[in-house]
Design a protein around this ligand. Structure first.
Ligand SMILES: *Cc1c(COP(=O)(O)O)cnc(C)c1O
Length: 394
């Protein structure tokens, strides 16, 4: 296919050429001072991205590894955890916790609304003997395209005075929407390299505050590879429990330089702007009945990914295949219960206005060619949103 291919999955996301170029080099000796400096500076900068003075651990793993790292460091088999359901990822996390031997309690959700902090408060109030050790909340559920109110969940826990740890999956939200680990008193936060952090898949990032570290230190048993204990020291080989994933760090260093140059507040504003453009287009498409937002409440719609339901016999996967194979534009599919009934536009990471318009325009071509009933003028609505809201040209 001539020209560039557009990757609009919510992860892995488009990798900036600078990040790719930074990885194109020979490995360094593990004791080389330059390598140590790359690691040290990345750990420092990641704390700024998580907005924490706590400790950041980096694993050669994907996001699922991050889940396991977090859970095995603060829970032991038999411990109870509370998972408010919000979509495919909250539920997979719950499954993962169950497989680790935890007793999982789910607060049922309908996949179309954000977590209700009042429901969390109610359940915690019933837990009089404090059996629940952790609340596992997903900030953005990438399956449903729903963003949750993390400070609201914290407030619900505080209202009860419940001692459970607050563990948050920020895999699809860190550096795409506000997250204040210390400000919101989140105890453990999990992220991954291949989403808004603009890197290849392969690094799981887990941040822990002093409360979580203290809980972990008291546990009778932790899993050797994930164990925070040895990784807390300064010795690089122990920090990674073996060889450092050097090239992913070379890429991460460059990506964190980009974050520093652009500034986190500007990055978050850009995500909001581009999400607004996508949401304007979907709003316009929805006028004809066969396409519509999964998230029913506008305020719940995530700044990083939009899930669009298809109805009336429209095959979501056919739209995706057509866009990918004939137009070079990849969007993601429906997950879990939404399989085959939705597609998802990722709008996080290294993206600009023209890339988003390219994706939306290509999707409109696919709708017309496949005769998908849709409201016209989606691209026009996105263009107008951008023109109205781009306050700082250049
Ligand atoms: C992508 C994602 C995951 C899983 O990450 P992997 O790297 O695929 O293991 C978990 N949670 C959320 C919210 C995600 O977006």
């Amino acid at each position: 296919m001539p020209g560039r291919e557009f990757l609009h999955s919510p992860g892995p996301t488009h990798i900036p050429d600078r990040v790719l170029a930074a990885m194109h080099r020979q490995p360094l000796d593990l004791v080389d001072g330059r390598l140590k400096e790359v690691a040290r500076s990345c750990f420092e900068d990641l704390k700024e991205v998580f907005r924490t003075a706590g400790h950041v651990f980096v694993y050669a793993a994907n996001g699922h590894g991050g889940w396991e790292a977090a859970l095995t460091n603060v829970c032991v088999p038999g411990d109870a955890v509370l998972v408010p359901e919000v979509g495919h990822f909250s539920n997979s996390w719950a499954d993962h916790a169950r497989a680790l031997g935890l007793e999982v309690e789910v607060i049922t959700g309908d996949w179309r609304h954000a977590i209700d902090p009042a429901a969390v408060e109610k359940r915690l109030r019933e837990d009089r003997d404090g059996r629940i050790k952790a609340v596992l909340a997903v900030q953005v559920d990438t399956g449903t395209g729903i963003a949750n109110d993390v400070p609201g969940i914290r407030a619900a826990m505080d209202a009860v005075g419940h001692p459970a740890l607050l563990v948050v999956d920020t895999i699809a939200s860190l550096a795409a929407m506000p997250f204040e680990m210390d400000g919101w008193r989140v105890d453990v936060a999990i992220a991954a390299s291949q989403k808004a952090l603009m890197c290849p898949p392969g690094l799981a990032l887990v941040a822990a505050n002093s409360r979580a570290l203290a809980v972990s230190a008291r546990l009778a048993r932790r899993q050797r590879y994930w164990d925070w204990g040895p990784r807390l020291g300064e010795e690089s080989y122990m920090k990674f429990n073996g060889t450092m994933p050097e090239h992913l760090f070379f890429g991460l260093r460059e990506a964190l330089d980009m974050v520093r140059e652009q500034g986190l507040p500007a990055i978050l504003r850009r995500h909001k702007l581009l999400a607004g453009a996508v949401h304007s287009a979907v709003e316009a498409w929805s006028q004809a009945g066969s396409l519509g937002f999964n998230a029913l409440v506008p305020a719940d719609r995530a700044p990083s990914v939009t899930t669009i339901r298809t109805g009336h016999g429209v095959e979501a996967d056919l739209i995706r295949r057509h866009a990918r194979e004939t137009l070079g534009v990849s969007v993601a599919g429906g997950l879990g219960a939404l399989g085959g009934q939705a597609f998802r536009i990722g709008h996080l990471g290294d993206l600009n206005e023209a890339m988003v318009l390219g994706c939306l325009g290509a999707l409109e071509v696919a709708f017309l060619e496949l005769k998908v009933p849709h409201g016209r003028d989606g691209v026009r609505a996105a263009v107008e949103h951008l023109a109205r809201n781009r306050s700082e040209p250049g």
